[in-house]
Design a protein around this ligand. Structure first.
Ligand code: ADP
Length: 178
């Protein structure tokens, strides 16, 4: 149910966060200012094969959000709409970058409204500086040894460096477009 006067306004920010980027953190810090409580929900997402495990993604975000007392990071299994209802959230937060994000986000927001009509989806426009930034491009560049230190928080950068150092010690780098 939507929060009434005096009630806690709780929002959920779901995503894969594989890995978290400065674009995600910008959305988190802005949403934390808009709502009383923000739950960052890290999706298992069986359809994607993540670079980092669920536990690693949750840990990285917890490290990044330590300075935000009204932000909690939790793993998300199952339906987002049901999760939002179960924690009493009135809003789902999503970030929007280019027009290309719109169609997917529109579909998801419509489906979530169908499943949980009392939970609204709120879109925050990306900071111009992060408009091109995605977890996939960060992984692709880092895998090839490019510098992503300006695109992700330092703890994520350290883990990426470690992960790809281990990978390149063990196997050949696959071809990409970059
Ligand atoms: P998903 O796999 O659910 O799309 P992501 O982890 O890629 O999860 O993204 C989570 C949310 O953050 C999405 O709403 C996405 O549009 C948004 N997002 C991702 N990167 C940025 C960015 N650079 N600026 C603003 N929003 C972003």
């Amino acid at each position: 149910m939507a929060a009434g006067a005096g009630e806690v306004r709780r929002a959920v920010y779901p995503g894969s966060f594989d890995p978290p980027t400065l674009g995600h953190l910008d959305i988190i810090s802005r949403a934390a200012r808009l709502f009383d409580e923000l739950i960052v929900a890290v999706a298992v997402n069986a359809q994607k094969k993540p670079l980092f495990t669920l536990e690693e993604r949750v840990a990285m975000l917890q490290e990044c959000c330590q300075h935000l007392p009204n932000v909690r990071v939790v793993p998300l299994q199952g339906l987002l709409a049901r999760f939002a209802q179960s924690v009493g959230a009135c809003v789902i937060v999503r970030g929007l970058r280019a027009v290309s994000d719109f169609e997917y986000e529109f579909q998801m927001a419509s489906m979530n409204r169908q499943l949980a009509p009392e939970v609204d989806t709120c879109f925050l426009m990306t900071h111009q500086q992060y408009a091109f930034l995605s977890s996939s491009i960060v992984k692709e560049v880092a895998r090839l040894g490019g510098d992503v230190s300006q695109l992700v928080p330092p703890n994520v950068h350290a883990r990426l460096t470690q992960r790809f150092a281990a990978e390149s010690a063990g196997e050949a780098t696959p071809a990409t477009n970059l």
